[in-house]
Every structure is written in structure tokens, then in C-alpha cells.
Write a protein that binds this ligand. Sequence first.
Ligand SMILES: Cc1cc2nc3c(=O)[nH]c(=O)nc-3n(C[C@H](O)[C@H](O)[C@H](O)COP(=O)(O)O)c2cc1C
Length: 217
Amino acid sequence: MDLFQAITERKSIRAFKPDPVPKEKVEEILQWVTNAPSAINLQPWEFFVVMNEEKERLSRRLVKSYREKQISCSPGNVKPLADEFTKRGVQSFQLMDPYLKEMGKDFNAFINEGSCNFYGAPVAVILCLDNAFSKARLVDIGVALGYFVLVAQASGLATCPVGLINAYEDDIKETLDIPDNKEVVIGVALGHPDWDSPVNRFKTPREGLDSFVKWID
Ligand SMILES: Cc1cc2nc3c(=O)[nH]c(=O)nc-3n(C[C@H](O)[C@H](O)[C@H](O)COP(=O)(O)O)c2cc1C
């Protein structure tokens, strides 16, 4: 699959088949991902790959914590967002909702508990950054995430980035024995898409370039 096809076909998948993904396949994806650029070639990313019973254990812990603490998916703004951003967020909820209604699911429960369960994917990858780095290095982790979702797509697998789990960093670190000096940046669900699930028919729209680009010449 070429890059443009992977970009066109990729979307976040929120229902996975239980079929396992071989360790070698995940290894191959990560090998490609490490070609990503990073500042001064520091390659600051660290990947904790969680599979099999350990992945189920992690999901159980996160879902339990979510039910106790009820911290939901949110963009975590530090100031009120401009209307244009808020509108995009609301629009994506509204567009996804009919698919969840078809499944008889409540939006919040599906997204929050689904995120904690990595939507049933057999593999959860947790991307971490050593806390000796400045926040500027989060960019490098974002670049690695971008590579990851596209390489996985090109390998015939599907993904969903999961930022919600950041709110449960302590649970993740304790469950997976991740050292204190590693910061959990983002998780990714990885597996085979369940195309029978209505939610996987959902595709987010994008604004035109005019919304994002200022030409200066
Ligand atoms: C940093 C980041 C965090 C995200 N966190 C979550 C999450 O916690 N739960 C979820 O269901 N989707 C999450 N997503 C997926 C986004 O909702 C999705 O990328 C966006 O709606 C665009 O849709 P697409 O990926 O299908 O193109 C996240 C994506 C990114 C890049």
C-alpha cells in the first residue's frame, strides 16, 4: 500500500476483532516507526507494548478506575477554546452519535469505557517520554504516533489513538510497572477492525485548507 492510500483509508477504529496480532507484526511496525524524525535525532520515544492477558488486566484496571473517578475524554484546554474549535468537537460527537444509537450505546459510556478498554483491540501500545525531557519533546512523540497509525494501516491493521488514558497514568504505571521517571503521553489501540460494527462506518470530516492556512508571499 502506498503512503497516500494509507492516509486516505486510515481512520480511528472503535471496534476490533479479538483476533491476536503476532508479536513479530508489532515489532515490524515499530521498526518502521523508528524511522520518524526527532529533534537532534534524540529518538525520545519509548513504547510499552501490552498484549494478551496483560492487556486484559490493564483494561480491567482502567475501566474500574474510570467508573470510580469518571474522568472523561476532553481536550484538556488551559483557556476557553475559540468557537471554531468547539464547533468541530461538537460536530464530531453529533456525527458519531447515530452509529452508537444503532448499537444501542450511550455516547459517553461507549467512548470513555471503550477508550479504557482500547475498544477491545488485542494490543495496546503506550507511548512514553522520559521526564528529563522538556515538554517540547512531546512533538517527537506526536510524530511517532503519526507514523505508527499510518504504518499500521499500511500493514493491514487498524488503530485508535487513546489520549483519555493519560488521566489514569498512575494506574497504568502501577499495572505495567513503568518507572516513575517515564511520562505516559498517549496510548494506541492496535488490531483487526470489526467491520460489522456500525461505529466503524463513522468517518470524521475535515475543514478546507482555508481554515488552516495563511499564505504569506
Ligand atoms: C492525541 C489524540 C488523542 C485521542 N484520544 C482519543 C481517545 O481517548 N478516545 C477516542 O475514542 N479517540 C481518541 N482519539 C481519536 C480522535 O478522536 C480522532 O483521531 C479524530 O476524531 C479524527 O478522526 P480519525 O482519526 O478517524 O480521522 C485521539 C486522537 C489523538 C490524535
